[in-house]
Design a protein around this ligand. Structure first.
Ligand code: DGY
Length: 326
């Protein structure tokens, strides 16, 4: 009998095709989130689950999914998975690092440019029939070239963001719990403390994982330290930024603009005050959404499952201590 795998959403076909070569695959065949009770019923008899950041893999899930050897997240972020609880129960967990790095950095830089140069306002201006003449004062924005880019977090995506900043002749500052002197040399980055990133940057871009330590890392005090001309970019996780504090800072002119691919909560409610602001650009969590990258993510998640089911090492396992080899 083939192993049973549950996939919690429609995902790119290439990952499904890999699984179907040797597994009995059940898919929540929808673009909507699987309801929690349906999810719990479905995972009860599965040997592996390909899940998304919309599913909570917690003690309740793990106690229901008694046969599951692995929960393979199709995302690099895994704040939806209680990894220590998985480990305690001998269940593997995996994510999809690497394959989405460049695509996500491309998008973070796109948001930075769009917010700095007021692309959304320009588009709306044209569509509202307001474009009557070339205007010397019309929709002026912030320069990107030779500005200072401040990175909070210098992991894979933060590093690629630094390279993009270099391409625009930017001064690049960073702060992280780990100092990377090799990258400072290679990319001409400056390691500074968190406050200096906030005070000296024209663009502050967040590239840290979401965890208790990074909850509301950017709130009233941090926004107050930023330049009035500064732009905040968040492609990491919504709750890293305090949304009420951000609204106050943007609406009072304490900072100049924000570009958000992630919000708290997601989706952002239509009556969220941030949506009333012209200087807040919001995208629906699509930084990794290129055709190629989403296929690569689905394949990596599938390969993690296939390895776990074959008794091999999943390529991007999050709790390798279960394998006893690290
Ligand atoms: C991730 O991978 O964590 C993103 O948020 C979705 O691609």
């Amino acid at each position: 009998m083939q192993p049973k795998v549950y996939v919690t959403r429609r995902i790119p076909e290439s990952g499904i095709a890999l699984l179907q070569e040797s597994c009995d695959v059940e898919i929540w065949d929808s673009d909507d989130v699987v309801p929690r009770d349906t999810f719990l019923a479905a995972v009860a008899d599965k040997d592996a689950v390909l899940c998304l950041l919309t599913e909570k893999i917690d003690a309740e899930t793990l106690s229901v999914a008694k046969n599951a050897k692995i929960f393979a997240n199709m995302a690099v972020g895994f704040d939806n998975i209680d990894v220590p609880e998985c480990t305690k129960r001998g269940v593997m967990a995996s994510n999809t690092p690497g394959v989405l790095t460049d695509t996500t950095a491309d998008f973070a830089f796109t948001l930075l440019m769009a917010a700095a140069r007021r692309i959304r306002e320009g588009h709306e201006f044209v569509h509202a029939g307001k474009w009557e003449t070339w205007g010397p004062l019309l929709l002026m924005g912030q320069d990107i070239h030779h500005a200072t880019l401040g990175l909070v977090g210098l992991g894979r995506i933060g590093t690629e963001m630094a390279r993009r900043g270099q391409g625009f002749s930017m001064r690049v500052l960073y702060n992280d719990v780990v100092r990377r002197e090799d990258l400072e040399q290679e990319l001409g980055l400056e390691y500074v403390d968190f406050d200096t990133v906030l005070r000296e940057s024209d663009f502050v871009s967040l590239h840290v994982p979401y965890m208790p330590e990074t909850h509301h890392l950017i709130s009233t005090d941090e926004l107050a330290k930023m330049k009035q001309s500064a732009v905040l970019i968040n492609t990491a996780r919504g709750p890293i930024v305090d949304p009420a504090a951000l609204y106050t800072a943007l609406s009072s002119g304490e900072i100049w603009a924000a570009g958000l691919d992630v919000t708290d909560p997601e989706p952002i409610p239509m009556d969220d005050p941030l949506l009333t602001l012209d200087n807040c650009l919001v995208a629906p969590h699509i930084a990794s959404a290129s055709f190629q990258t989403r296929s690569d993510m689905s394949e990596l998640a599938a390969n993690n499952i296939l390895a776990a089911l074959a008794g091999e090492r999943p390529p991007t396992i999050l709790n390798p201590e279960l394998l006893g080899d690290s």
